[in-house]
Design a binder for this molecule. Structure first.
Ligand code: BTN
Length: 337
């Protein structure tokens, strides 16, 4: 019920919503409306109530709250259900547990903090309380495992698009994508994506797309401090994390429908390449870990953009090479981008 009340209040924006209207639309009594409004106020929502006018939402607390995020989702979008945790080991681990026990496609696990956040290539993901966004979406695509791996590219696009819309309207900087799926603002990494899949040779049981966003973080652990930034540090503005979660899910839904329809990335290649931070730039391709790779494991070339399968096309002395994600890391010649 609180999801529905918040949906009406968010939709009304700065307008008042009459108690009578809420009763009729939600099929509940005046006392019930009053009870839910009181509960929301206790949770930190600032609600103005004026007799003869009704209720108006003035401020939402900076906390992740499942019903509130759900109230901002597209009615026909991919995500319809959010499972919220204050603290969890890893939203990817929880989403995989849910998927194993039959949870349908479209459930999103969100947490305010992770105690064992996982990054790519066995790294950890710093996940302090209340500043970042940690979330994992369960998918069950009717695609091959290879086609399914493209969801990571689409998640990066959805994050970049939503961050631009939600957080960069007042700023002169805009998000870019560092292949395959890091989002950068001002050259700083503000988002990482870890997709995990359970599949057979030609059948996908499920995929979990885990998205970590540095939203309002002010500082970072020493080991990532030179590379990482947050949306707030780079734009100078505080991020409405709940709105950003909903905007990402709403954007991802459209891209995911496209992938199911076309079965490759042909419909977004131009859009993705338009946001690619390394496009037409000299890049180094590391076949080992970046920190420990030997000279023989590093190649150099100019990044051209992705192909319909999401591979990065790199022009080198040997011609155009297709670099496949998961096998390598790509860095700029003089730094991370
Ligand atoms: C990367 O190394 O760039 C990927 C980081 C992915 C982190 C996110 S946070 C939400 C989800 N849960 C995890 O444990 N990891 C992903």
């Amino acid at each position: 019920m609180k999801r529905k009340i918040l949906e009406v209040l968010h939709h009304a924006g700065t307008e008042f919503v009459s108690g009578q209207m809420l009763c009729e639309q939600l099929g509940i009594s005046r006392q019930a409306v009053w009870k839910y409004m009181t509960q929301l106020k206790e949770q930190g929502y600032i609600l103005e109530s004026v007799s003869n006018k009704g209720y108006r939402l003035q401020e939402t607390p900076d906390r992740m709250y499942g019903p509130d995020m759900e109230s901002r989702l597209d009615a026909d979008g991919i995500c319809q259900k959010i499972e919220y945790h204050d603290v969890i080991d890893s939203t990817n681990i929880r989403a995989k547990q849910l998927a194993e026990t039959g949870e349908p496609e479209g459930t999103l696990v969100v947490a305010d903090q992770q105690s064992s956040g996982k990054g790519r290539r066995g790294r950890s993901w710093s996940s302090e309380w209340g500043t970042g966004i940690y979330m994992s979406l369960i998918l069950r695509p009717s695609l091959s495992p290879q086609q399914t791996s493209s969801v990571t590219i689409l998640a990066a696009l959805a994050v970049a698009k939503a961050v631009d819309r939600c957080c960069c309207q007042k700023s002169s900087i805009h998000p870019q994508i560092k292949w395959p799926n890091d989002i950068v603002l001002n050259g700083k990494k503000v988002c990482g994506i870890l997709t995990e899949m359970s599949s057979e040779m030609d059948y996908v049981h499920y995929a979990v797309v885990g998205i970590g966003i540095n939203a309002n973080n002010a500082s970072f652990p020493e080991e990532v401090a030179s590379v990482a930034g947050s949306i707030a540090t780079e734009t100078g503005d505080h991020v409405d994390r709940q709105q950003l979660v909903a905007d990402i899910m709403n954007a991802f839904g459209g891209y995911y429908c496209g992938l199911i329809k076309y079965k490759d990335l042909s419909f977004v290649v131009d859009e993705y390449n338009g946001m690619l931070a390394n496009r037409d730039q000299e890049v180094k391709i590391y076949h080992g870990m970046v920190e420990t790779a030997k000279e023989s494991e590093i190649e150099q070339g100019v990044a051209q953009g992705i192909d319909n399968q999401g591979a990065l096309l790199v022009k080198s002395n040997h011609g155009i090479e297709k670099v496949v994600s998961g096998e390598v890391s790509v860095r700029g010649l003089y730094g991370y981008v």
